[in-house]
Write a protein that binds this ligand. Sequence first.
Ligand code: PLP
Length: 393
Amino acid sequence: MTTPDTHLQHLADNRARHYGAINTPVYRASLFGFETYADFLAARAGDLDAPVYSRTRNPTRDALEAKIAFLEGADHAIAFSSGMGAISAALLALVKAGDHVLAAACCYGPSRQFFDTVLAGLGVTVEYFPAEASTDLSDRLKPNTRLIYLESPGSLTFQLQDIRAVTKLARQRHIATVIDNSWATPLYQKPLSMGVDVVVHSGTKYIAGHSDVVVGLLACNAAMYRRIRPVATLLGAGLAPDDAYLVTRGLRTLSLRLARQQESALKIARRLEDKPEVRAVLHPGLPSFPQHHLAQAQMHGYSSLFGLKLHPGGEKARHAFVDSLSLFSIAVSWGGFESLILPVGRAYQDQPAVRQTMGINDDLFRLSIGLEGVDDLIADLEAGLAAWRRAAE
Ligand SMILES: Cc1ncc(COP(=O)(O)O)c(C=O)c1O
């Protein structure tokens, strides 16, 4: 039987339509013309399979969307110009004034900001729940709860939510569920198969994989698509054809990159766990991770973004550690070919309760492991820990 890897290389690269081009070309076209009035009307009505205007549909984006829908096991996918574009379109399509939303407290900061500013401004109330509470959210539901928002694992502290427990409850109560699946990617976690209604991604991370494009992706079944597609079109944040091309190119090697990054990250995580300077390594694939069993039950693999909590050593030591690294760029984002370090310690400084729920402290760092030689990365981190030791109070 053909494996997903094989299928993924060829799916939706419609050669007959593109003069035999093996790789779907970039259609840098804002509009498409028709031979007859009848064809024009049929295309606008959706009866003729032809793009009309690129905000709504573009052949380069079509190919990417078909591949993402296939990977997520969805009827449809939509590609946006950023992950936040995908998240905000899903939320705006699914809730309205007077609704109540439950959201995982560990979700991405700007998603939380979207809840607290845009949705709150529209009259939607949002409450956050700690990841551990996801096994039974029944006490937190209200008669007007319309949506539960998950991000599992979270991208800052890697807490998981029990996806099957959440969707079981949500389906009983006719509540929509949305999950940010950026960390695991569609290769290592299939939320729709566990009952989630809508999957969103920052495709900027592993899916594009080359730190050269910002992209959002959304996948869902036909009923949800009928609700979200019109809103997405009106918001006008569709992915540009050049960017769609880059993402499709990245996608062709996703499986290879992830396999290597998974292996390297686990090796580094295990090595760091044994170091005396290290208080904890937050990696769902480690047996020491509090939700390791849940990770095994709902994911098929691990990506390469994880947390490193050092012992308290003071501000000077924290700087010495980060500044001595030569192979890890100090940067936001993650999931590319290159290794990164993000000092997480300053996150949510003005919201101590959020810091506490997420387990953030000044000595927390986030590592994104890239495609460099793993032993070089380990040597670099060991040198960093030595610098930390020399500077620690
Ligand atoms: C988990 C997660 N979701 C969503 C986003 C937003 O994606 P984008 O930056 O592509 O808008 C990010 C960005 O860092 C993220 O880390």
